[in-house]
Design a protein around this ligand. Structure first.
Ligand code: GLU
Length: 435
């Protein structure tokens, strides 16, 4: 029978996790799903002082948002009985022993801790990313397995939990490579098989230093708040240090599962780039329905701007929904409901004379006035204006003053779109004012 693939994501809820950690979750999830396997979420909460409910909830919310559904969920602390069982077994088998030691705090109190009886052998394992790794375990000494029978420490708990869950592939950060020999020694001592390992290279920030919360790395839920799309974050984060080796960069959730290949994860550290993430988001925005866009954009708009016609125009100018707030705050959409106040010199196009510009504005007013109000669409507007524009040396001689008189901005959408949205009356009145 073919082996059932089981992977797990095993975060410690001792802080908000950033993109680097979620990349580990994404790779573990994709690998399991690609192979019809099982993906387990294990909250490693054995450090009682530092583990917080709030962080656990944030991890759960983030995975849900990203669409990383797990098949099993449990907290490491729920498994203490199993940890105890194996500790007792290891002591009985002579693989561990209770050691009476003076507490390190200088109090003179003697404590009983449980140490591993290290056989001091060379440990070799085959890492799916790093290749063969061999480490001598002699220097590790008889490392500590548990504070007592009811308080196992990290290495023991990880090994027992992975064993009991039948984890076949441990995909985790490179910072755990040096822990692996210890964990393999414990596996051997309890007769557990050694899973496959894949240690993922670090994720670096744009400063080429390890991405960390201290240097501005954000929790995934912050991206949610900024109005990023979960499918774009999933795609963008999966592409940190991995790609399927084709030209295609935009992938849906299911396409990522189909294309994922652990062996294509790059061996060198990967660099996270915020602009690239924005680009992924902008690309994914193209797949959003008008209805959804409207719903998400209207949240940020004052009532005067809640017009369906504005949606495509706004979509072109944002890379994430939160950008709508900036457009509004910077007043870049104000001209859609307020006649702009501007510097009349700026109606002039290049070195064209004021007389010529005036003449063109009058012409524009005349031809636009001839369009029926019900036919005042961007196509019709474009038709009549372009007819004039094409007779001029440069189209800007008419298109610029028309656009500027409608928006009063150095940069704005083309005059046809603006005129359609403003409607015939308002368009003519702004042209009149410019004239
Ligand atoms: N709890 C560990 C961490 O958050 C992960 C342990 C593992 O993946 O083996 O770094």
């Amino acid at each position: 029978m073919e082996e059932k693939i089981v992977t797990r994501f095993a975060p410690s809820p001792t802080g908000f996790l950033h993109l680097g950690s979620y990349r580990t979750a994404i790779f573990s999830y994709l690998y399991a799903k690609k192979n019809n396997g099982i993906f387990v979420l294990r909250i490693e909460d054995t450090d009682k002082e530092r583990s917080k409910k709030e962080y656990e909830e944030n991890i759960i919310e983030s995975l849900k948002w990203l669409g990383l559904d797990y098949d099993k969920f449990y907290r490491q602390s729920e498994n203490v009985e199993r940890h105890k069982f194996y500790l007792e077994k290891m002591i009985k088998d002579g693989n561990a022993y209770i050691s009476k030691e003076e507490a390190k705090d200088g109090s003179g109190i003697i404590k009983e801790i449980i140490r591993f009886k290290n056989p001091n052998i060379d440990v070799t394992f085959n890492d799916d990313i790093k290749g063969e790794v061999t480490m001598n375990t002699k220097d590790l000494g008889d490392f500590v397995l548990a504070k007592n029978l009811n308080e196992p420490l990290f290495h023991l708990a990880v090994v027992i939990d992975d064993f009991e869950e039948g984890v076949t592939h441990v995909i985790r950060g490179e910072d755990h490579v040096s822990n692996t020999p210890r964990q393999i020694l414990i596996q051997k001592a309890i007769g557990a098989p050694t899973p496959h390992y894949a240690h993922l290279p670090l994720v670096l920030g744009s400063d080429k230093l390890k991405l960390s919360k201290r240097r501005g790395a954000l929790a995934i839920t912050e991206y949610k708040k900024m109005g990023f799309l979960p499918e774009a974050i999933l795609n963008g984060v999966a592409f940190i240090g991995w790609n399927p080796g084709t030209e295609q960069e935009i992938f849906s959730h299911d396409e990522l599962i189909q294309s994922f290949d652990l062996h294509k994860v790059q061996k060198s550290p990967a660099v996270f780039n915020q602009e690239k993430l924005e680009w992924f988001n902008k690309e994914h925005l193209k797949n959003i329905s008008l209805e959804e866009a409207k719903e998400r954009i209207f949240i940020y708009l004052p009532d005067e701007l809640k017009k369906e016609k504005l949606i495509p125009l706004i979509m072109e100018r944002i890379s994430k929904f939160g950008d709508v707030k900036d457009l509004v705050d910077r007043g870049e959409l104000d001209f859609f409901y307020k006649a702009p106040i501007y510097d009349k010199e700026k109606l002039i196009f290049k070195n064209i004379s004021a007389e010529k510009i005036l003449q063109n504005l009058k012409l524009a007013h005349e031809v636009l006035n001839e369009i029926n109000e019900s036919d005042f669409t961007r196509e019709n507007i474009k038709n009549v204006l372009m007819k004039i524009a094409d007779t001029l040396e440069s189209r800007g001689e008419i298109l610029h003053p028309v656009r500027y008189s409608l928006s009063g901005l150095d940069k704005s959408p083309d005059p046809f779109v603006i005129a359609e949205i403003l409607g015939k009356n308002e368009t003519l009145s702004r042209l009149q004012k410019a004239i």
